[in-house]
Write a protein that binds this ligand. Structure first.
Ligand SMILES: Cc1cc2nc3c(=O)[nH]c(=O)nc-3n(C[C@H](O)[C@H](O)[C@H](O)COP(=O)(O)O)c2cc1C
Length: 376
């Protein structure tokens, strides 16, 4: 049976008109297993296979060498990386899709392995908790980072600007700024990781300054209608914390309203999901939805049913699906037809070869395989 519910209706978002309300959530797959961390031909295939999503948001892509925190993640700061991504955007566009790149700086979630023995950088020298670094030597302790000097903070803003210029050259339809999950922008926003006394720390106005300068820099290059930002107000990755999440994130989003961004993307998973609000933590997304003056994407543990309900209740304009898109390149068609989903293989989420990357079958391939068996 073909479904015609809200998930399958078009939506105008900034400069783009999307054919449906599905976003493919940004997901690190660690397949840029080469010296320059350049997207490979397999990456071209992977995104091309998922082009029926209303909007693809790529895996986090580092804006500089300083921004790296994991092995084999792609970057968007060298010419080779731009050329690699151009093949991806060309393939997605030829397949009728739209694609934003996620611009990423990990800040303190890194290791000297990636920085010629130097410490990773962060707003303040506050060690993350509960996470390990993955280097070529395996799992390693993450050390206490070094606080960025004020002039270095401004240099990171410029790295985001250059990355946005590169994203444009690479043919992306826009960029999502990774302000979520305990990485650099989130580290500046939340007071547990930001103990600075300069213009980037202290009051919420100062803690939001870095995020807003990055938004300004990226949207100056790409246009605000091709710039989105992702926030995770209730996330706890790396021990990220704030004494007033509701107040802090409400302020950040009030300030974002001045830009007329393409969208705000909020991760606030449904109860039971590892990314859900922790017991005793207040949900923040409903308040941010009310404050924000533009398109709103929600993510975190959604199924077809809960996504439809969230859209019907006007909790969001789009729903981003992560893991379901890993194992179902044609997730849109599968939901539309009420078809069964392929099960995800967690062992191949990060790193490895094409297995668990570009070999999940589409419905058409499943049907062909079934037909072949019947005919034998
Ligand atoms: C393998 C994997 C890699 C991820 N990498 C990123 C990333 O690069 N950037 C990001 O913002 N979130 C990342 N996430 C989080 C997802 O975007 C999403 O928030 C999460 O999977 C919850 O959505 P879901 O329940 O629909 O999968 C990742 C999640 C997974 C499973």
């Amino acid at each position: 049976m073909t479904q015609t519910t809200k998930l399958f209706t078009p939506f105008t978002m900034g400069a783009l008109t999307l054919p449906n309300r599905f976003a493919m959530a940004p997901m690190t797959r660690s397949r840029a297993n080469n010296e320059g961390n350049v997207p490979t031909d397999s990456t071209v295939k992977y995104y091309e296979q998922r082009a029926s999503a209303g909007l693809i948001i790529t895996e986090g892509s580092q804006v500089s060498q300083q921004a790296v925190g994991y092995i084999f993640t792609p970057g968007i700061y060298s010419e080779e990386q731009v050329a690699g991504w151009k093949k991806v955007t060309d393939a997605v566009h030829a397949a009728g899709g739209r694609i934003f790149i996620q611009l990423w700086h990990v800040g303190r979630i890194s290791h000297p392995f990636f920085h010629q023995g130097e410490l990773p950088v962060a707003p303040s020298a506050v060690q993350p908790t509960g996470v390990k670094a993955f280097t070529l030597n395996g799992q390693e302790e993450i050390p206490t980072p070094r606080a960025l000097e004020t002039h270095e903070v401004k240099a990171v803003v410029e790295d985001f600007r250059k990355a946005a210029e590169n994203a444009k050259k690479a043919g992306f339809d826009g960029a999502e700024i990774h302000g979520a999950n305990g990485y650099l922008i989130d580290q500046f926003i939340q007071d547990g990781s930001n103990q600075r006394t300069d213009e980037y720390g202290g009051s919420v106005e100062n803690r939001a300054r870095f995020a807003l300068e990055v938004v300004k820099a990226v949207s100056d290059v790409l246009g605000a209608d091709r710039t989105g930002i992702r926030l995770s107000p209730t996330g706890v990755m790396g021990g990220i914390n704030d004494t007033d999440r509701l107040g802090t994130f409400s302020y950040v989003v009030e300030q974002l309203n001045q830009f007329n961004l393409a969208y705000l993307h909020v991760i606030e998973a449904l109860p039971g999901h590892p990314m859900a609000a922790q017991p005793g933590q207040e949900k923040v997304a409903p308040t941010l939805r009310k404050i924000f003056n533009g398109p709103f994407i929600l993510n975190g543990g959604y199924t077809q049913e809960t996504a439809e309900a969230a859209l019907e209740n006007n909790e969001a304009d789009l729903i981003a699906f992560g893991v379901p898109f890993i194992s179902n390149p044609d997730l849109v068609e599968r939901f539309q037809q009420g078809a069964a989903l392929n099960a995800p293989d967690q062992a191949t989420f990060y790193g490895g070869d094409d297995k668990g990357y570009i070999d999940y079958p589409s419905l058409a391939e499943v049907e062909q395989a079934t037909q072949d068996i019947v005919e034998k």
